[in-house]
Design a protein around this ligand. Structure first.
Ligand code: GCV
Length: 662
């Protein structure tokens, strides 16, 4: 089995119930995206069914059994498709080439899942306009927060253009992803030079490959490029010289690099340069760039991950959680049309549990995009299994109350709430040059799942997981059942044995892996749990930092009081005594003990279920994943014991079930 093809390995399927005798495909082959789709169909039929249909130009079309026709036809929303079967002939109709490609992949999914197409009539339109990956790859080949090897985009400050990029593009397109940012948002050194002729030739070949699969290339930009490229001595967004520098630069870049969608910018955050240096706002900075890319239909995606990273732990009023909101809410309505604000799902930083970012529902006159992270920086770093689609579904379903209806995060970032078309969802990617793309073989479910979710947020996390399992490992029911159990229980398990009740952090500083309860307690990053011998948690109610009030009612009221606050977020919003009784009647302390034992038990069960798959999964996959499962087993115990011991020693109160705590 070719691991490098991930879920596109096109193994022969005995149970395939789809029309079997396809021998002709008609399509407008001069369009590169449609050609990619047609060739993908050939490969899929050859692998799965065992016969390779012949490609014909659409001008030669003749109706009849055994035919597939890919037809561009108006009617649906951009990138939508209509797939139907009638009398042995299959048609994919779409308003554009991307729609054709997605229809093709729907058809291929049917082949892989062994689902019958006879008489089927399927119409789909992508819900999120932008479905994007953000890679944090550096040009030396390293990846910031990368847990599956090195970059396959860059090596030794060069851009790699090879077959892996083609497979990468196919994988993305098959999951419905239509945009990607290939370099780290922390743009330094050579990466600053990506917008110069040093890289144009390679970049342009690279971009064309993505373009053939309907994927727009985006780059992360260094805000201080005019200075760092040695051409100006300021990056002030209101300085005419700076403005004109960017205009010329963008003209040059868009001329040289085809299929460029625009730029992603991290400014005035964690030491990156930005407009603050010149006493200008984020809007000044973003708008200047937006004006420069506007003639080419370019987008500026501006990140809202902005906070004071030099905080004093003694200071209880400054609250990192407030920071994104406080920095951007006053700018609502002042961004140009081609600017999108990209907002992390929570106000802190991809913890296992956070409330939804209050900018969702706060902003009403600004294009918005949701940023999630499938690189499991704080959720096990692709060594622990942690299927994150259930978390993303909760975020998307969150009611912001910005309107009476159509007010969820999904409504906002799909453009429904404010009738926007420049919006969507981005995931910090989990890929690297490991054979299996994602380090942990099961982490590929997050990559596939992210794309599918952004395209069709109404799919359940379970449906997506089941689909990924069968696509990747075939139709064996035991494989499906056990992997489904593992994936669906993995996020709850991780939450149970790590930091409790929404408090987050408690990890080793810098690496963000492994337990260290006080690791971030006395540092400058604004990440505190405030535990003492009586209680734990950060008071973010009106008597504390006031963060809870940033939400619209009734959320603000609900979060403000411990009695109504969702318990999984209790310690995020409130400093509570250990003996406070939760709704179950358990004290917070006993809840911490119990969940930590339960989390480990769940991991044990996951591992014993995985053991049943020996001989049913390819040996290499089984062994590679088993090695990680054994580590997770051990490491979850380390988490359990360190957390439980910490609280036992702080309080002196034993577990009421007398289990071992050290
Ligand atoms: C790319 C966190 C991560 C950083 C990351 C940053 C961001 O702080 O630890 O590695 O930088 O988020 O999202 O910009």
């Amino acid at each position: 089995m070719g691991f490098e093809q991930a879920w596109l390995s096109y193994q022969k399927r005995e149970t395939c119930g789809v029309v079997k005798n396809i021998d002709r495909i008609y399509a407008s082959l001069q369009n590169p995206v449609i050609r990619s789709g047609a060739e993908e169909l050939q490969a899929a039929f050859a692998g799965i069914i065992g016969n390779e249909p012949v490609l014909y130009a659409d001008s030669e079309y003749e109706p009849g059994e055994g035919t597939i026709r890919l037809l561009v036809k108006e009617g649906l929303k951009a990138e939508g498709y209509h797939l139907f079967e009638e009398k042995g002939e299959i048609t994919v109709e779409a308003p554009d080439a991307n729609g054709i490609l997605y229809g093709v992949f729907e058809l291929i999914r049917h082949l892989q899942l062994g689902k019958n197409l006879n008489g089927k009539d399927i119409t789909k339109e992508p819900v999120m306009p932008l479905r994007m990956l953000n890679h944090w790859d550096n040009m030396d080949g390293s990846i910031e927060r990368g847990y599956s090897g090195n970059s396959f985009f860059f090596e030794d400050n060069q851009i790699l253009v090879n077959d892996r990029i083609v497979t990468y593009a196919r994988l993305l397109a098959s999951a419905g992803i239509n945009a990607t940012v290939i370099n780290n948002v922390n743009v330094k050194d050579s990466a600053t030079w990506l917008i110069t002729d040093r890289y144009f030739e390679d970049l342009s070949r690279f971009s064309q490959i993505l373009g053939d699969y309907g994927i727009k290339l985006f780059l992360s930009l260094n805000y201080a490029a005019p200075m760092e490229l040695g051409e100006l001595n300021s990056a002030d967004p209101l300085d005419e010289k700076v403005k004109s520098w960017w205009k010329h630069k963008m003209e040059e870049v868009f001329r040289a690099v085809p299929n460029l969608g625009g730029f992603l910018i991290k400014a005035d955050s964690e030491g990156r340069p930005g407009p603050f240096t010149y006493n200008r706002t984020h809007a000044d900075g973003a708008n200047m760039l937006a004006e420069a890319v506007e003639p080419y239909g370019g987008l500026i995606i501006w990140r809202c991950f902005v906070y004071n990273c030099r905080q004093d732990w003694r200071d209880r009023k400054t609250d990192r959680a407030r920071s994104g909101y406080d920095n951007f809410i006053g700018l609502d309505g002042s961004f140009r049309d081609n600017v999108i604000l990209q907002i992390k799902n929570g106000p802190m930083d991809f913890q296992v549990r956070e409330p939804v970012h209050p900018l969702f529902g706060g902003l009403t006159r600004t294009n918005q995009m949701l940023e999630v992270q499938i690189a499991q920086e704080y959720t096990g770093q692709q060594r622990h299994v942690c299927y994150l689609i259930p978390m993303f579904k909760e975020v998307l379903a969150f009611r912001t109350y910005v309107k009476e209806t159509d007010d969820t995060v999904a409504d906002i970032v799909s453009g429904k709430t404010f009738q926007q078309t420049r919006c969507g969802m981005a995931a910090v990617a989990n890929t690297g040059n490991d054979d299996n793309w994602t380090g942990h073989d099961l982490a590929a479910a997050n990559l596939y799942g992210f794309g599918r979710l952004a395209f069709e947020p109404e799919l359940t996390a379970e449906e997506i997981a089941a689909e990924w399992i069968t696509l990747t490992y075939g139709t064996d029911e035991t494989v499906k059942e056990e992997l489904l159990f593992i994936l669906m229980n993995s996020w709850p398990a991780y939450e149970k044995y790590t930091a409790p009740l929404g408090i987050g952090w408690m990890v080793n500083p810098n690496y963000h892996y492994g337990p260290n309860v006080d690791g971030y307690e006395y540092d400058r990053w604004g990440t505190y749990h405030r535990a003492d011998h009586q209680g734990i948690g950060v008071d973010r109610s009106h008597s504390g930092t006031g963060y809870a009030a940033l939400y619209r009612e009734p959320n603000a009221r609900i979060y403000n009081a411990p009695e109504t606050c969702p318990e999984e977020l209790l310690l995020f919003f409130h400093h509570m005594p250990y003996n406070y009784k939760l709704r179950s009647g358990k004290t917070i302390l006993q809840y911490i003990y119990d969940t930590h034992f339960e989390g480990v038990e769940l991991v044990d069960e996951m591992v014993s279920r995985f053991e049943k798959l020996k001989g049913k999964l390819p040996d290499q996959v089984y062994e590679r994943a088993m090695e990680r499962f054994l580590h997770q087993k051990k490491h979850s115990r380390e988490w359990r014991d360190q957390i439980n011991t910490y609280f036992y020693r702080k309080t002196g109160i034993p577990d009421d079930r007398g289990r071992t705590i050290y």
